[in-house]
Design a protein around this ligand. Sequence first.
Ligand code: MN
Length: 287
Amino acid sequence: MKLCRFNGGRLGLVEGEQVTDVSAALQALPSQRYPFPTHDVFIAHLNELRPGILEAARAGQKHAASAVHYDPPVANPGKIIGAPINYKAHAQESAQDSNIGHGRAITTIGDWGMFLKAGTSLIGVSDEIVLRFSERRNDHEVELAVVIGKTCRQVKAADAMPYVAGYGLSLDMTLRGPEFQCFRKSIDSYAVLGPWLVTADEVPDPGQLDLWLQVNGQTRQQANTRDLIFDVPRLIEFASSFYTLQPGDVIMTGTPEGVGPVVPGDWIEAGVQGLGSLAMRVASQYA
Ligand code: MN
C-alpha cells in the first residue's frame, strides 16, 4: 500500500497516477486527550486501519497524483534519526574533502553513532527547501528512509524487520561547517520525506534498491542500498540499542557518494527504486 498525506492533512491511497482520498478511514483512530502520545498515532494503528482504507477508497474523491500537494507522509515522527558515513564511498569522499568533514576524523558509523534531526525540519516533497545560510555550503543527501511501525528497544538485527511500517524517499539536507550534526541538519526544511509511505509488505528487500539524485538535470548521486555499511536491520539494532523506537520514528539510512552543494534556484530531482521520486526547488530564505 502506498499512502500519502496531501492538501493539508488529507490521507491518500496512491495507485498508479491516481490519489484517492481515504481520510474517512481516520475516523477509526482513537480520540486523544492531553497529554498526547509522543509517537505518530496513524502509523501506530496502520495495520488495523488497512481494511477501512480500502473501504474508504471505494467512495473517495480521486485526484491526479501529479496535481496534489504532498505533505510529509508521517505527520508527527517522535524522532528523525540520521546515519552518518554509512556508505564506504561516501566515507572516502568525506575523508578527502575537508569541506565535508571539517577536520573531524572520518571513522565509522559504529564509532560516530547516530544523530537526531529536529521534527520542525520536516517537510514534504511539494514544499521548497529553504537555505537558511545560503552563503555557506549546503549539500544534498539522498537517502532511503525507514519508518518504524511498533515500539521496540534493544532489538537484534535478526529480529528487526517486523518493526518496520514502511519506507520512503528522503533528503537529509546538510549545512556544512563546524557545528554538531544535530544542529546543522535540523534547519527548517532540511528533512524531506515523501512523496508517500510504501508499506513494508511492498518492499521485499530494502537492501537492493537503486537511489539517485540530480541537480539541474545533472546526475550527482547514483547508488544502491546494497552498499550500505549498516543495513536496515543493523541500523534498527544500533538505533534501538540507544533509543526506544516508536511508531512513526524515521531512520534516514545514510547517503551514498556524490554529495555536493546546492544554491538558491537549483532544482533537485531524486528517487528511490519503487518508492517514488521528487522534484524540488531550492530557495533562499529571502527569495
Ligand atoms: Mn545523511
